[in-house]
Design a protein around this ligand. Structure first.
Ligand code: GLA
Length: 381
């Protein structure tokens, strides 16, 4: 009786070893899912917990495609959550939640007075930010329930989110088929791949609105060091619409061409900083659109955590959580005060539909909107 049992276990072992050697899929990279509650509409919200083979974990909910948590190692190898958010759906459904972790569309950032014209048709959008249209309107992509499914990714795990935004939704023309894939790599990277097609000429500018805090909320972001690979930024008017000028950063508080503390110049006497209550501006990336070039880099000295941002987009909005005012209490009871998060929103320029000299955000039927941004999480001793 003993011998056949021994042979079977040996065979099983050989089989398991063979399976292991023929698959690239790391043993412990996986995705699990669970309910995250129900929307007032009755729609179910699912949370996907993505884990790479290093133990890095990222949770995403179908509502808004929101990244609800994301862990990264510090210099001692300790994984901690480095994004702002809430423990439950109710948190995200509160009034005035400033897009924590969400996908932003159809148009990330602002469109002046909520108006633009395409082929002599004027379109009117919701005015939801000091006289302008912001982040897709009253019910932008941050507030819709996306469809989600796990997709193959050999070097980690990937989740594909899709949403069909109907013609006329939030005032935008065209049925917009949107697909966003979050790829969590085993090399502690997060690649976000955006794709969209339309059946009528429209405008698109998608982005991701995570608020990072590399200290894992131990302090605000003023002590983070930041580099932005940009010699110019877009000055704005008092309603945060670009004036059209590409202003050199040299000699201004907007110069982050070398690593510099976020807080170093943020309180300088400066009209642009007054308008934004700090940094809430779009930097024009030196490398332009197309290739995946380094856009920005952040470093938090106590934890040693670094974050690099690569993008195919021509610009990045750097926002230092200036409007957080302590009224929101997030995960684990953390109060979100001014400057507790740093947003690095890769995108096209704000108000491009009304500023023809800016790179175009138009999308025609038959064309494909494609955009990629990669966040690389690391450490520096
Ligand atoms: C953006 C804007 C900011 C602010 C935040 C959300 O990044 O540029 O002005 O609206 O979103 O509070």
């Amino acid at each position: 009786m003993k011998k056949p049992f021994f042979i079977i276990t040996q065979l099983l072992l050989v089989f398991l070893m063979a399976c292991n050697s023929t698959t690239d899929q790391p043993q412990n990279a996986n995705i699990t899912s669970k309910s995250f509650g129900t929307l007032p509409s009755g729609e179910e919200v699912t949370q996907y917990i993505m884990t790479n083979n290093q133990g890095m974990e990222m949770s995403v909910i179908t509502y808004g495609g929101i990244i609800t948590s994301l862990t990264a190692p510090d210099k001692a190898g300790k994984y901690e959550d480095i994004v702002l958010g809430f423990d439950n759906l109710e948190g995200y459904l509160q009034d005035g939640v400033p897009y924590f972790g969400a996908l932003i569309g159809r148009y990330g950032n602002r469109i002046a007075k909520g108006k633009f014209t395409l082929d002599s048709t004027e379109y009117e959008l919701a005015i939801n930010n000091i006289g302008n249209h912001l982040h897709g309107g009253l019910k932008g992509f941050d507030k819709v329930n996306w469809s989600a499914k796990e997709v193959e990714y050999a070097d980690g795990v990937a989740l594909e989110l899709t949403y069909l935004s109907a013609d006329g939704e939030e005032g935008y023309p065209g049925n917009l088929e949107t697909k966003v894939t979050y790829q969590l790599g085993n090399d502690n990277t997060l690649l976000i791949d955006y794709m969209a097609t339309t059946d009528k000429k429209t405008v698109v500018n998608l982005t991701q609105h995570s608020y990072f805090n590399l200290s894992a909320m131990k302090e605000d972001v003023l002590n983070h060091q930041l580099m932005v690979n940009a010699d110019h930024f877009l000055p704005v008017d008092s309603t945060l619409i670009p004036t059209g000028e590409l202003r050199p950063v040299e000699g201004t508080p907007f110069n982050f061409t070398e690593m510099k503390k976020v807080g170093a110049d943020v309180n300088q006497e400066n009209q642009q900083l007054t308008y934004g209550l700090g940094y809430d501006h779009c930097w024009v990336l030196n490398e332009g659109a197309g290739k995946m070039d380094l856009a920005a880099k952040a470093y938090e000295p106590n934890s040693g955590r670094t974050l690099e941002v690569y993008t195919s987009e021509p610009a990045i909005q750097v926002y230092t959580g200036n409007f957080l005012d302590g009224t929101l209490t997030g995960k684990g009871g953390t109060v979100y005060n001014k400057r507790t998060g740093l947003c690095l929103e890769t995108q096209h320029f704000p108000d491009s539909p009304n500023q023809p000299e800016f790179p175009s955000t138009e999308l025609n039927p038959g064309e494909k909107y494609e955009s990629q941004t990669k966040f690389v999480f690391g450490i520096r001793e």
